[in-house]
Design a protein around this ligand. Structure first.
Ligand code: EPU
Length: 418
């Protein structure tokens, strides 16, 4: 089993470049199915979820070639509806974008339930609501999701009951192929959803309201291939910033647009961290005492749930009482069990975790999911003593060159086979 040995208590210094966004990459890779053409995708991160998405595309007959470290060409001209390996589908959440993409191209799709992080219930009712509105029949039987449409999909008004990234992505994928106009209300507008919208536009789709919660799609245009650059990953960038705030030091994070991190920047500044922002750089300097704070997660542009465990670690070491409200997922505080092993004083009541700041010390802990794993890594880096972190496969799903990047900032981390 591979584990990380982390020697904590060192400040971080240097510059780290952000990689392409995981949640854009996985949506866009599956969206290429709609083009029946060649697409060149740039800034694709080297992470396990991308590897799995590419394997699934190849199983269906796509030809995928790596043009350089971060650029892939996907040729979906020969793609057919081959059965997918359930074990690949269950390795991540985004495999359910096959539903929208295959419905759009072939009029049908059948896959097993997807995997991804365990946050308790992860319903798909809003995805099915969108498919049904466009004219598809949807069934869930014995662990499989089956959708099909005998006739061409027809544009429709779809008003989501909850703001859902996945349902918005799936609705967009199906709607661009539907005849006529589709209007999505209460759509998600996360930067990764906007990336997908821009990718579909680059392929010839007709769409209005990009980046807003009301998106109008005039469907039925034949899509073509394109060259597209994925935006940098705001969650990865945010993870490095929080790590620097927790460890102290002077770290510059570069990314294509720092404005997407406005909610995190506001929180870090309110905690007393010095942050200089340009359009493409965020320089964080931290040497003083942090102030306790209250943070509430929500759909973009609110504070992202995917940075909630990481900011939780910062609250855990901030003297005083901080409160963290998780308003996206019913169950995303599991990492606190691990954080308590390192000395954290925290009480959970409903959707609120209250932290009573104390110094952390090294311990043997595990990564319970992707962002929980990133949080425990930060905890190990700012704790006194040694931390051993296991279940690294969760972290490898979503962070490109994690060890190299942290080591370049002066972190003492070593991967060990034990
Ligand atoms: N929801 C429903 N019904 C649905 C879909 C969602 O009730 O049909 C609810 C969920 O239970 C949740 C809320 O809506 O309470 C938001 O869920 P959403 O559908 O937006 O989440 P997702 O699409 O499954 C994506 C990211 C997650 C991120 C969430 C929220 C991808 C592949 N995953 O998940 O990312 O936490 O949006 O921003 O894009 C991660 O990267 O670590 C990660 C978990």
């Amino acid at each position: 089993m591979e584990r990380l040995l982390i020697k904590g208590g060192r400040p971080l210094y240097g510059t780290v470049a952000t990689s392409g966004m995981k949640n854009s990459a996985v949506a866009i890779l599956f969206a290429t199915i709609l083009t029946e053409d060649r697409c060149i995708i740039e800034n694709v991160p080297s992470i396990m979820d991308v590897t799995v998405a590419i394997k699934l595309l190849e199983e269906m007959g796509a030809r995928v070639s790596k043009l350089d470290e971060t650029t892939v060409e996907v040729d979906t001209r020969e793609v057919c509806q081959a059965p997918k390996s359930d074990c690949l589908v269950r390795k991540m959440r985004a495999s359910y974008y096959l539903l929208g993409a295959e419905l759009g191209r072939f009029g049908a799709c059948e896959i097993s339930y997807p995997g991804g992080c365990d946050f308790g219930q992860r319903p798909i009712d809003q995805h099915l609501k969108a498919f049904c509105a466009l004219g598809a029949e949807c069934n869930q039987e014995e662990g499989y999701i089956k959708i099909k449409s005998e006739k061409a999909l027809q544009g429709a008004k779809i008003d989501f009951d909850v703001v859902s990234v996945g349902a918005t992505v799936n609705a967009l994928l199906a709607a661009v192929t539907a005849q006529g106009t589709t209007v999505l209300s209460h759509a998600a507008k996360e930067p990764h959803v906007q990336d997908l919208e821009r990718f579909l536009l680059a392929c010839g789709a007709k769409m209005d309201g990009i980046g807003t919660d009301t998106v109008t799609i005039v469907g039925g245009e034949k899509l073509h291939g394109c060259r597209f650059r994925i935006s940098d990953d705001m969650i990865e960038a945010g993870t490095y910033l929080i790590a620097a705030a927790a460890c102290g030091g002077d770290v510059c994070v570069t990314m294509d647009s720092t404005s997407v991190l406005a909610a995190l920047i506001e929180v870090l500044r309110a905690m007393g961290v010095s942050l200089d922002q340009t359009e493409s750089t965020l320089r964080l300097r931290q040497s003083g005492i942090l102030r306790p704070i209250s943070v509430v997660t929500g759909p973009y542009p609110a504070f992202p749930t995917d940075l909630q465990p990481q900011i939780g670690v910062l609250m855990a070491i901030t003297m005083g009482e901080s409160r963290l409200y998780e308003r996206v997922w019913a169950s995303r505080f599991q990492y606190l069990t691990e954080l308590r092993k390192m000395g954290a004083q925290v009480k959970v009541e409903g959707d609120c975790a209250t932290f009573y700041g104390v110094p952390l010390y090294g311990a043997e802990v595990s990564a319970q999911d992707l962002r929980a794993g990133a949080a425990m890594l930060i905890a190990g880096l700012c704790a006194q003593g040694k931390t051993i972190l296991s279940d690294l496969h969760h972290i490898e799903r979503g962070y490109a060159n994690l060890l190299e990047k942290f080591s370049s900032l002066g972190a003492e981390i070593e991967k060990r086979e034990e």
